[in-house]
Design a binder for this molecule. Structure first.
Ligand code: SF4
Length: 819
């Protein structure tokens, strides 16, 4: 509930901060007893009343204590009174409060949103330019280079953002969310897997695909499988070299990279209060590495301090009043419970090649020697969105300062990535950057850089075995520098700094000594640093772009000749008929994740250009017919070729090429207009069952006997095709491209796990009665004329069936607008 007391407090804060340019000023946070969600959106308010109302409805229905994540998630239900709620089973329809997008995924999300024709977004939304900046020479120079290379994309995002979207340049999405947009009880979705960082402020922040972001921006309820809840009870307190990073490295070691799938990790217990707010954010950030939907901490005084320091004291005051809804109920049930005693937690280092391979810092050197991993450290990298807080940088600087006092510099190369402009400017002002540079470090741009492989690494050749240590979150093969022989380990920033000074994994700062320039041995003391700056944060350069008041007439910048951006054309509407006699583009063997369907690497730059990126369609998938990747039989020519080319061939072909099979009843037909279509050199003639051809050797004179209607040669509709998948089809994070590309190239369905032969034809029938929970039928026609029918289960709900009938969700949105 918002009280008059609040409005007075807010007015007072407003008066205090008048005229001062700072990003986190408390001004404008309140209007008429309401508290603004962020300083950038003075007319969008924190809505704890709705949260409370929904929680009360659900609590009454479930009649049991609720976990914190249940309170926040169910508090955002579209229909709390009727929604089926069963953890791990039902699908929830939710109304998130806001959306955040990073620059790589925002391109397709914005193209889809533009295509919906909606004039403005339904919830506050932001774009963050962080992923497209490559680390090469250091901060300023790299930024200039990125602006040059990505000019076209940045212009597009800036103009597209006129739909009431706020743009942050050169700032890491999850860090900016923590500093500005996350607060206790908010639900936010972001097109970055590390969006859960915001859980450090008691929020439910979930990483999603661009298509989910479009749904929410368009005001459509967002679906999420009702998450299970894994409780992590923390007792004791952190001290010495142990840090928040060790909590998540420990949890990763216990749960492994899959252990959190479909669950929210909920931290609780007396140990929570010994962790700073940004430390809690680090723990939540890396929850993505164990597959968790997200992670969250209960509201406490550490969050209150952070909110106040970042100009959001009014939100903290409001959260105080609502705190019973921002903590778990006593005795709430968890699906799994883990207990960690922070008093016993040792500094950990996980890797290589997977973030769940946990070792203590004490033992890692010996393990590395035994396993043949290089013990010499080539590069130490601190920062990224995971560990770039003021406290992190302070603890690293505290380690570096001790070394400098003994005349010691880093033996390894050393880089620092500030997570935001505010952190960069503040650590520069407070002298941390100088210390880190003096010890041998290079300060990179406030961007993802080496964390996502945007690293023009010069010191090591591809294929050369080497070790790096980072305070990032992911260390999968090739993640940082595309070199499969780089052994990457993740650990806390202070341990990265200590190991970079020593230059080897065989160094444990808790017990080992370094040698000073005077030849004397010395031991590093555990670092001690302020959680937050004593002065206010320095906002640094203005990297924020506010959308215009009315952006409806804003021209969106997309050149028709662009190779990186392409406006989306609406997909065709369902014609009301069953999908008959579809060809099989590929029957996939084994796993087929989004990496197999839409490869990354050099293709990343085409993420805003559907036609260009479709040239990577399924190029990584193995064809069951020949055990090869990117080589499929063209059913019209019988020749083998790349998957995308074959899909395009079908898309541009006419139905008269469909008489494909050798045998007494079937004959090849070819198109006279283009003899390369259909089987080369074979003229069409009447024979067999199926179609009667009464051609007089002129185009457009073919007749479909079943209808008696003439058909035009090479009609533009193309030939429908399907993909038959095997396991894990579509698992991964590039889901909207994995869905859009097949559709763009003429695909009509993806059917998984079946006994279909690649040269069969498939029909999906019963579409007129398409309904939730009612299976469809698939008729498989074999080349020998026999056929069989299988039942196709589906998970479409009513809304999704409407999307199918309209041709796409975006088409449906447009239809609804017209009514
Ligand atoms: S810094 Fe790394 S983890 Fe964070 S958003 Fe960028 S790539 Fe992802």
């Amino acid at each position: 509930m918002v009280t008059a007391k609040h409005s007075l407090v807010c007015l007072f804060q407003q008066a205090l901060s008048k005229g001062v340019r700072r990003y986190h000023a408390s001004r404008v946070l309140c209007q008429r007893a309401k508290v603004a969600m962020s300083q950038f959106e003075p007319s969008e308010f924190v809505n704890y009343e709705k949260l409370e109302k929904n929680i009360n409805i659900v609590r009454k229905r479930l009649d049991r204590p609720l976990t914190l994540s249940e309170k926040i998630v169910y508090g955002h239900l579209d229909d709390p009174a009727k929604q089926d709620i069963e953890r791990g089973k039902t699908y929830l329809r939710l109304r998130p409060d806001r959306v955040a997008m990073q620059d790589a995924t925002a391109q397709m999300a914005m193209l889809q949103f533009i295509s919906s024709g909606l004039p403005r977004v339904a919830v506050p939304s932001t774009i963050h330019c962080d992923h497209l900046i490559e680390a090469q020479l250091g901060g300023e120079k790299d930024l200039r280079r990125a602006k040059d290379i990505n000019q076209e994309v940045y212009n597009f995002l800036a103009t597209a953002a006129a739909k009431r979207i706020f743009l942050h340049k050169s700032l890491l999405l999850s860090q900016i969310i923590l500093e500005n947009y996350s607060y206790p009880g908010v639900m936010l979705i972001g097109t970055d897997s590390h969006t859960p960082n915001g859980g450090g402020l008691g929020a439910i922040c979930i990483g999603v695909g661009g298509a989910d972001a479009v749904d929410v921006m368009a005001g459509i309820p967002w679906e999420l499988k009702c998450p299970k809840v894994i409780g992590v009870k923390l007792t004791g307190s952190l001290s010495g070299w142990s840090s928040p990073k060790d909590v998540i490295l420990k949890v990763a070691g216990i749960l492994t990279v899959k252990g959190g799938t479909g669950a929210i990790i909920e931290y609780h217990g007396p140990g929570v209060d010994s962790i700073s707010c940004t430390g809690m954010a680090t723990i939540c950030n890396m929850g993505a590495e164990i597959g968790a939907t997200t992670s969250v901490f209960p509201y406490n005084s550490r969050m209150k301090t952070y909110l106040s320091k970042t100009g959001r004291a009014a939100i903290a005051s409001l959260a105080d009043e609502f705190q019973e809804h921002l903590k778990p109920d006593p005795g709430c049930p968890y699906d799994q419970l883990i207990e960690i005693n922070l008093n016993e937690l040792k500094p950990l280092i996980n890797g290589p090649f997977t973030p769940d391979l946990a070792h203590t810092v004490e033992e890692v050197g010996a393990v590395a020697e035994k396993k043949g991993w290089p013990v010499d450290i080539r590069v130490g990298l601190i920062g990224s969105c995971t560990n770039s807080s003021y406290e992190d940088m302070g603890r690293s600087a505290a380690v570096a300062k001790q070394a400098l006092a003994h005349g010691v510099k880093c033996k390894s190369q050393f880089t620092i990535t500030p997570g935001s402009e505010q952190i960069r400017a503040t650590i520069e002002r407070d002298g941390y950057s100088k210390i880190l540079r003096d010890v041998g470090g290079v300060v990179l741009a406030n961007a993802c850089g080496p964390c996502i492989g945007q690293w023009d690494r010069k010191d090591t050749k591809k294929g050369e075995k080497n070790t790096i240590v980072t305070s990032y979150n992911r260390n999968f093969t090739g993640r940082n520098d595309a070199n499969p022989e780089t052994h990457a380990f993740v650990t806390s920033p202070e341990i990265v700094t200590a190991l970079s000074l020593a230059g080897t994994l065989k160094f444990n700062p808790e017990v080992d000594f370094l040698t000073g320039s005077d030849g004397k041995k010395f031991k590093l003391e555990p670092p001690d640093a302020d959680e937050l700056p004593k002065l206010e944060f320095d906002p640094g350069q203005d990297t924020y772009q506010h959308p215009p008041k009315d952006g409806s007439s804003q021209h969106v910048d997309v050149s028709p000749t662009s190779q990186r951006l392409q406006l989306l054309e609406p997909f065709d509407k369902w014609n009301g008929k069953d999908l008959e006699d579809m060809l099989i583009l590929i029957k996939v063997k084994g796993k087929c994740t989004t990496d197999h369907i839409s490869a990354a690497g050099p293709w990343l730059k085409f993420r805003g250009h559907l036609d260009n990126i479709s040239n990577n369609l399924l190029i990584g998938a193995i064809n069951i017919e020949n055990d090869k990747a990117n080589t499929v039989r063209n059913a019209l020519t019988q020749e083998f070729g790349p998957v995308p080319d074959t899909a395009r061939y079908y898309k541009d072909s006419c139905w008269f090429g469909q008489n494909l099979y050798p045998g007494p009843s079937y004959h090849q037909l070819s198109c006279k207009k283009d003899p390369m279509r259909g089987r080369r050199g074979v003229s069409f003639k009447r024979e067999g069952i199926g179609y009667r051809n009464v051609s007089n050797n002129k185009d457009s004179s073919w007749i479909i006997p079943s209808t008696g209607l003439p058909a035009t040669c090479c009609p533009k509709e193309g030939i429908n095709w399907v993909v038959v998948g095997d396991e894990n089809y579509g698992e991964g994070s590039s889901r909207e491209h994995a869905a859009l590309e097949p559709r763009h190239l003429g695909g009509r369905a993806i059917i998984v796990k079946s006994f279909i032969h690649p040269v069969d034809k498939l029909s999906i029938v019963g579409l007129k009665d398409f309904a939730p929970g009612k299976p469809l039928k698939c008729i498989i026609k074999h080349p020998n004329g026999s056929q069989e029918t299988i039942v196709l289960n589906h998970t479409f709900n009513e809304t999704q069936i409407e999307w199918f009938q309209a041709g796409s969700a975006l088409n449906r949105m447009k239809e609804l607008q017209k009514h």
